[in-house]
Write a protein that binds this ligand. Sequence first.
Ligand SMILES: [Zn+2]
Length: 65
Amino acid sequence: MSERESTYRCDACGETRRGLPAGRGLLLFPRGDEVVREEPPLCDKCALAINLTALHRFVEEEEEG
Ligand SMILES: [Zn+2]
């Protein structure tokens, strides 16, 4: 098996896809004094779902305040 095309594994659903990630999640892990930043690749479906989730959370927070 020789794949010259770049592939990535979606961090959310675990599917291996060809090409470039549709989006990236952003994860921040506080570690002591520094914050470790990770941007896992996401397929188009998961990128959309996560963006909607983030937007939804943002709206909820706004309503609470
Ligand atoms: Zn996915």
